[in-house]
Design a protein around this ligand. Structure first.
Ligand code: C5P
Length: 236
């Protein structure tokens, strides 16, 4: 998947998806299909988007025993997605098995999908990791620990907030991907996201990819907003 902004297709119906994509005729986009769309429309939505020439990130955050995740990843690789993710909390063996599954499920001549680990969800608070997960470190340290585990387990990168990217970036090679949601064109349009950054800030903090949802999908002029995000992201 190239470095263009990834648009989160957080819709549940095909009508909503095609109404949105009709704003972008003949444009090859990076699109994220999350649980909402995938569980309501099934794999067919992935084939449709790929047939239209888009790159697809399946944001399905797998977390189960290694064998189950491996077998799921064989199927996901067969769906032809370009990027997929899992929870680093599933552990080293689960992540390694996931990668094996992706490799064995990828058809000859095709590129194995990029595999990204979720560290701590951006909805998780420090209080929750202490009281519920019994992790006795700060959220930033926990994110970094999971990123190290993900890297050691052969993951291509992690999902993190742009504000965490700077710290993680220093520890890893430039090829380790930092995929950052929580992007807004202006700091005051946060909706329910807490740790947000503009595309310009995300680039400066070292993000390799930005995921942008409502800023573009709910815009009155999605094309204009997308081009604005792209311009900032490219540092123009
Ligand atoms: O609309 P918005 O730009 O906030 O959408 C962000 C997208 O990124 C959503 O699809 C959300 O599920 C996803 N995401 C996130 N935080 C994470 C992982 C994924 O916001 N840690």
């Amino acid at each position: 998947m190239d470095k263009k902004p990834i648009i989160a297709l957080d819709f549940s119906t095909l009508e909503e998806v095609s109404a949105f994509l009709n704003y972008f005729p003949n444009k090859k986009l990076n699109l994220k299909v999350g649980m909402e769309l995938f569980y309501q429309q099934g794999p067919q939505i992935l084939y449709t988007l790929k047939n239209d020439g888009h790159d697809v990130f399946l944001d399905i955050k797998l977390h189960d025993i290694p064998t189950t995740v491996k077998k799921a990843m064989v199927g996901i690789a067969g769906m032809g997605v370009d990027m997929v993710n899992l929870h680093a909390a599933g552990g080293r063996k689960m992540m390694e098995s996931a990668k094996d599954g992706l490799i064995s499920g990828t058809q000859n001549g095709r590129k194995t999908p990029t595999l990204i680990a979720v560290t701590q969800l951006t909805s998780t608070t420090e209080e929750m990791i202490k009281q519920e997960q019994k992790i006795n470190s700060s959220i930033e340290e926990s994110v970094l620990d999971y990123a190290i585990l993900a890297s050691e387990s052969g993951m291509d990168g992690v999902v993190c907030s742009a504000l965490e990217a700077e710290r993680i970036k220093k520890k890893f090679s430039a090829s380790f991907l930092l995929v950052t949601p929580g992007i807004r064109l202006n700091q005051d349009e946060n909706n329910d996201q807490k740790r947000i950054a503009t595309p310009n800030e995300a680039r400066k903090l070292g993000a390799s990819h930005i995921v942008v949802g409502r800023t573009i999908t709910q815009s009155k002029d999605p094309v204009h907003t997308y081009l604005e995000v792209l311009k900032q992201w490219n540092g123009e």
